[in-house]
Structures are given as structure tokens and as C-alpha cells.
Design a protein around this ligand. Sequence first.
Ligand code: GLC
Length: 543
Amino acid sequence: MAVGDWWRYGVIYQIYPRSFADADGNGIGDLDGITEHLDHLAGHADSLGVDAIWLSPFYKSPMADYGYDVADYRDVDPMFGTLGQFDTLLAEAHRRGLKVIVDFVPNHTSDQHEWFIESRSSRDNPKRDWYVWADPKPDGSPPNNWRSSFAEVGSAWTMDETTGQYYLHSFMREQPDLNWWNPEVRDAMDDVLRFWLDRGVDGFRIDVAHRMAKDPELADNPLIEVDAELRGSDRREALLAASNGGEDLRDQDWPEVHEILRRFRRTISEYDDRMAVGEVYLLDMPKLVSYYGRGDELDLCHNFVFLHQPWKADAFRAVVEEFEGLLPEGTWPDYFLNNHDHSRVVTRYDDGGNGRARARVAAMMLLTLRGTPFLYQGEELGMRDGPVPPDRIVDVDGRDPERTPMHWDASPGAGFTTGEPWLPIDPEHERVNAAAQRGDATSMLSLYRRLLQLRRGSPALRQGAYASLTSAPDGVFAYLRTTSDEQLLVALNMTSDPVRFAATPQGAGGQLELSTDPGRHIGQVPLAALDLGPDEGVIVRLR
Ligand code: GLC
């Protein structure tokens, strides 16, 4: 395999360690739990067949933001295990041919990180300038109008009484922002990257990669009004949408961020065949693709525009075409529809009970577009947003439902834990679980396995050219994936009505390889009158 092939042509699976598998029975997932369940992912005849895993944070943390508040970048939180257990996980993954990407959280630390403890201790502490400190306005109010990304938090500034200045936190108060204008911060974070690269990790997912650099003058953001009732990703989306086309925001996407990313890239390139994918939460695709640089910044940028589309063929098609058109020479797209911050597809796209049928079509789309697919644990089982009663809510930003524990089997702890789970287990796990789905050819898991298998064996799907099929009727997203000796047609009916259309005018036949409808007969289909059932997607081999 050539350098970079694994992350360009492979499939990457996100693990949220708290909710994946709990080996020690304390109700919280851990590293040993992941190691024990690697066969689910790769290396076994029954495995899903992914190529890499991305681990959300497992570092030492007070868990205010469930690990995205890091108190020590170079150690494992005892709740998750030890560095030794991490090494075992890494070795076991590598033995199965699975690459391992870890989360890198450079924008902020925990307020319990020793750097911040020092920084806040006095105005002349050598680490004072490692964070963003500013004087109050004359009336005592915060230095500017910047807001936390979390609606509950309000202002992005908190007054620290000891030294009489405010510190900046783009997220929770427990997550002070590092000052990336300080060269010592850049050096220290390079060392963090090297620490994990030396241990053998294959890459990084860079948390809020667009936020590290901000206006050094701390000028106010342009005023953006959104509905005060909006929460979570809905609010973030509304804010970002309202800001697009307007004046630029001052607290993110500042030009210097590209220099910081080029620097990460230089450090990572000192090692063989490693990669970086960024969480670039910008809903403006020209801005998004600027994070690839000239092929010298991020290898992949998570495309949140795609995730935010309504269930409409022309909406997805437009995003794919725009992304394809904008990508700089030599760079590569990627797509995802679920992660630990967003309502799951089965729930998000449900319209009167068709959420799972649509999720099957979504899976076919994700795994047949030109670009690296990212899956999120439980997606392959068709997990929905888990019900979380008010007295069990733990997240500041409404993200508990997409984080409820993984369904391994029908037992009371879902095979996730023998203890009291940190978030309620969706009672639906009694039907929707890995054990039940493994031997069932009609299950969501079987569909994902089949799609991954097809993709693995198909140069056209892995690396072929993409072209939208313009003959597709309204409501159908159809495209060709082509190499010199292979051509596949993907047709996705995103409506609840049957359709028949002429996929090619010549009327030749094609070989139906796979349908999202497990009942459909596999064989020759006429291309001049291709039939799709309601909420059905098909892959047809043309050559
Ligand atoms: C990213 C993470 C999210 C976290 C935030 C702050 O958006 O995906 O879970 O809360 O960054 O680190």
C-alpha cells in the first residue's frame, strides 16, 4: 500500500470510549473494553471490516466535558485505564491491521491542567501568557462580546478573582483557551503530538481545528441574532449560518490558524504515513477547504455542511458537487453523518417511522461517495438517540442521547456493563443489538458489512471518479463511480414513493449488486427503466 492509502481509501470508525464497552464493571467504558471488542471491527470473519479507529479523548480529565477538558495530555485517565493498557490496545489493533487515530484537543485545556493552575496563580507567573487573559471593561464587564459555544455557559469570559482579570473559554468555564500566539504553547503542543507519534499512533483528529487563532486585539464579534431558545448543534448551526456572508467572526477562523496547522503538519510528517483530520466546524465550504491548505495543512476536513442537510436528494447532491469542485488539487474529500455531538441519523431523519429505512440509504450514500467515510459507534446497528430522562441529563449541551451506551447484546447491561451505566441504556437494545444482528442477513449490521466488503473489493468505489447522474428524477440522488475497468451506478431514492427512471438512454442491463431493501432480488436490472422502491438505494454494476 502506498503512503496515505489507508486513510484515503479506508473507512474510519469513531469510538467514544465512555460508551463503548466497560471491562471493569464501573458503568463507564474503558480501554480494556475497547481491546476486548476489536473483533467486532476487524480481523475476524464476522467483523464489520473497518480500516481504522478514532478514539475520542481518554486522557486525564476532570470530565467536565467528558474528556474534552484535558488535565494531562500525556496520560490516561484512571477511569479509562493506564498508558500500558493503551499500548496493549494499540498493539492489538495493529495486529488486526487497524490503524489508530487519537483525539488531539489543542484549543483549550482543563482548568485543572498544571499549566492553567500556574497561569492563574499570579499575573507574573511564567505561564500567565499561555492562556488568554484580559482586563475587565471600565464597568467591570467582560473584555468583549464573545460567547461560549455552549448556550448554557453564556459569556466566553470568566473573572478570576485572584488576579482580577478575565480568562477566555470558548466552551465551558472549566476549559480555558490556550494562547496560540505564544511560541512556548506551540512548542509544548508539538511535544504532545510527538509523545503519541512516538508511541505509535497513526494520526490525530484535531478538535475544533478552526478555533485556535483568534483576533489578538480581542475585538467584538459582529452582532448575530439567533432564536434564544435554540440549543446544541441547532444553535451552533444557526449562529454559523447567520454569520456566513456577513462580517467575519473574531473568535475563530483567524488567518494565523493556517500557520498553526502547517506546523502540525510538519511535525506529523517527521513520521511515516501518519495523518490529521480536523473538526473544522465552518458551514461555508470555500472556508472549509482552505483548511487543506495547498495540501500542506489538514489531510482531511470534516464536512459539517454535509451532516446538516435535510433528507433531500438535491441538497446532498449540491454539497457533494460543491465540495468536489472546491477541493484543491491532490486533496481528498471525506464524509460523516453521525458523531458524539449530533443527533443520530435514525432519529434525525425519521419522518413517521422511516428513520431506519432512511438510515440504510444514508449508509449506502456514505460508503459509496468519493471520499473517506467516518462511522460512529452504534451507527452500524442503527442505534437511535437514546431516551434520557431529565434526572439523568449530564451534558451541558444536550448531547447525551447520541452518547448512550453501545448495544452488544440483549442482556440488561446490553453487554456494555455489568454495573450501573453512566447514561441510561436504550431499552430498544433488547431488539437492536450486535449479537442479534450478526447472523441476520436483513439487519443493519449486515448491510454495513456488505457495503464495506463491496467497497473494499471495488477500486471504483474506493478511488474512482465521481459524476452525478443528471438523468435522475427529483428526489433521487444518483451517481457513477468509475475507473478504467469498473463502473458502478449508485441510485438513492430519498422519497417515500416508488420511482422508475431511465438511468441510461441505451437501455442496456446492469447487474444489481446490492439494495438497501433486503427483500429485493439480486440479478440483472434494465437501465432504461430502473425501479426503486420507497426509501430504497441500489448499487448497479455497469461494468
Ligand atoms: C468538539 C468536540 C465536543 C467538545 C468540544 C470542546 O466540538 O467534538 O465534544 O465538547 O469540541 O472540546
